[in-house]
Design a protein around this ligand. Sequence first.
Ligand code: AVJ
Ligand code: FE
Length: 429
Amino acid sequence: MDVRQYVAEELGAARRRSLDILEPLDDDRLRRQHSPLMSPLVWDLAHIGNFEELWLLRAVAGAAPIDPSLDDLYDAFRHPRPNRPALPLLGPAEARRYVADVRGRVVDTLDRLDPDRPDQPLLAGGYVYGMVVQHEHQHDETMLATLQLMADPGYRPLAPPPPAGRPVDGDVLVPAGPFTMGTDDEAWAYDNERPAHVVDLAAFRIDAAPVTNRQYSGFVTDGGYDEPRLWTDEGWAWRNKAGLHAPELWRAEGGGRWTRNRFGWREDLPLDEPVQHVCWYEADAYARWAGGRLPTEAEWEKAASWSSESVKRRWPWGEGEPTPERANLGGRHFGPAPVGAYPAGVSGYGCHQMIGDVWEWTSSDFEPYPGFVTFPYREYSEVFFGSGYKVLRGGSWATSPLAARTTFRNWDYPIRRQIFAGFRCARDA
Ligand code: AVJ
Ligand code: FE
């Protein structure tokens, strides 16, 4: 497909998604801060528009600012999240008008400017348009994490149920040898996914599926949260300080029965779904309890994108698009699917659900690859390197297929539980 047409369609799809997510919410819920970890939703919305204005109107088309005061308000680095509700933010109607105004102008420029100019790094393959589309989708996922933290009375858009699961046993062997980590030729990959480089790994075993709620509740019932030997020193200190005793949103109902809060509604813990809303310290302790460890980021990527054919795969299953039969992405089912629900999405080494369902914590710190070059701005990746962030891989049920490729890197602090994150375990072979 022609880049101009593709860009126009993906911009439209991202905007429909953002507006759909916010549509059920009244103005008060859009303006309020539901958690100090998160922005008011109306900040996210106008920030999406401001980012688009900065890159697609001002950087690409040389346009003058629509309103220069907005740049400060919606700069994530000038105002940390806890301070955002006190800012003179655009209200919901104003924010909707602003993002629509920006988008109208972007569509106009797309008619006269070629979005794909191989001689200009920002425009080669439509890069900056892809960056803006992925930015909107990433904030859509952030807004969903905010809505999960929102107290009653609940948020429940209509969504078809996910496909049925089936048991997935044990782990798979990934034989020793080199593989290609990262990418040079994925057109819309971020700077932190580049450059492609060879990494030689020892043989290892990795779980064929993410850890389920059933498995994780075994750790809880076995006293995993009360056994300091299972935790790192930092993890144990955090477990004490934060009073961790089960994943966020779980509640013990007696007799070994658990319920969980899902977007403000209480339901029986779905035992066959991947566990969600655990922090890195919990994942790390579970892995030790289970006789394993978290995979490194390189191990995760090899298990997801490599095979005996030694050809890098864009997706675990190969090059075919991520259809509903292959992965749970984009908010389609509004929650994770049970393990085993995607036999058509299995990786070359036999791992299920590497893409979609839940982000997976890895043991690795967020660091640049050898030869990393910032592009096009330091605040996407570079300023976060070496600051104690842990890498997560694979995307969740809420991640857009445009941002869930096997090379994509996400990161968060090891104490964080608000994102849709779980994990799988690895072992030395
Ligand atoms: C890649 C998800 C960590 O949300 O902080 C959004 C993405 N960067 N706006 C974040 C991002 C700028 C980023 N993460
Ligand atoms: Fe942003």
